[in-house]
Design a protein around this ligand. Structure first.
Ligand code: ADP
Ligand code: MG
Length: 250
């Protein structure tokens, strides 16, 4: 079941510096919300704080339905249904993609009898189907996790993970950056499909309007210096494209 994410008065500090200065944002099931903003405005910090990165000193509240996420460990947040696609996915050499995703799947479905895919062989076939939709080569599934993957392959793999996990809520931090136009379309289609299937809420963090052409999003929020300084609909993206962040303040 999809869930509402409610962020209230969220503040974050790191190394004595205040990065987030009070973010209020609610995202309902089925909703796709876009966060834009210049470099260094705090977008990735928001994503990391939501995921539970230990580096930050955090105040405020983040609720997924009525569960306070800030009290939970990163693992518990993932179990509660939160998924974060990182700007820079980590490499885990020696852990095969297939085995990693099978582990993820079996942890999510601990009761063997209720699993749709009873064995890793069945699961592999299912994964091949998903991978082909995302234009991921089958060979990649037998390699170490992100080991030597190109930027585009890493980002596609994040979406494949998301398709397996079917999260209640997803945050994608610049999943489109560094991708060619075909990869952007594949990623956008993947995200749209998962959100339609599951009703998950989504926060898309991006610098560019390119990926937004292929997504059905509801709202746009502009973050500058750790605050949402303007919110609007798709027309705000157009305005940003023409005027830049410097003139967007209201
Ligand atoms: P964005 O993703 O919007 O480009 P970030 O959230 O990555 O921005 O960074 C916001 C600000 O926080 C930047 O000025 C960055 O230098 C600062 N910052 C992030 N992590 C640390 C840290 N560990 N120590 C000091 N400053 C940090
Ligand atoms: Mg960033």
């Amino acid at each position: 079941m999809a869930k509402t994410l409610q962020i209230s008065k969220l503040k974050a500090q790191v190394a004595g510096e205040t990065i987030l200065r009070g973010i209020d944002l609610t995202v309902h099931p089925n909703e796709m919300v876009v966060i834009m903003g210049p470099n260094g405005s705090g977008k990735s910090t928001l994503a990391k704080v939501l995921a539970g990165h230990p580096e930050y000193e955090v105040k405020g509240s983040v609720k997924l339905n009525n569960q306070e996420l800030l009290e939970l460990s990163p693992d518990e947040r993932a179990q509660a249904g939160l998924f974060l696609a990182f700007q820079y996915p980590v490499e885990i050499p020696g852990v095969k993609v297939l085995n990693f995703l099978w582990t993820v799947y079996t942890q999510q479905h601990p009761d063997r009898k209720k699993r749709q895919y009873a064995s890793i062989v069945d699961f592999r076939n299912y994964l091949f189907g998903l991978a082909s939709q995302l234009s991921i080569s089958e060979k990649l599934l037998d390699r170490g996790l992100n080991e030597g993957f190109s930027g585009g392959e890493k980002k596609r793999l994040e979406i494949l993970q998301m398709a397996v996990i079917k999260p209640r809520f997803a945050i994608l931090d610049e999943t489109d950056s560094g991708l060619d136009i075909d990869a952007i379309k594949v990623i956008a289609r993947g995200v749209e499909q998962i959100s339609q299937e599951t009703g998950m809420g989504t926060i898309i963090i991006t610098h560019y309007q390119r990926i937004l052409q292929y997504l059905h999003y509801d709202k746009v929020h502009v973050v500058i210096n750790g605050r949402i300084i303007k919110s609007g609909g798709p027309e705000l993206v157009e305005e940003l494209e023409q005027r830049g962040y410097g003139k967007i303040r209201d």
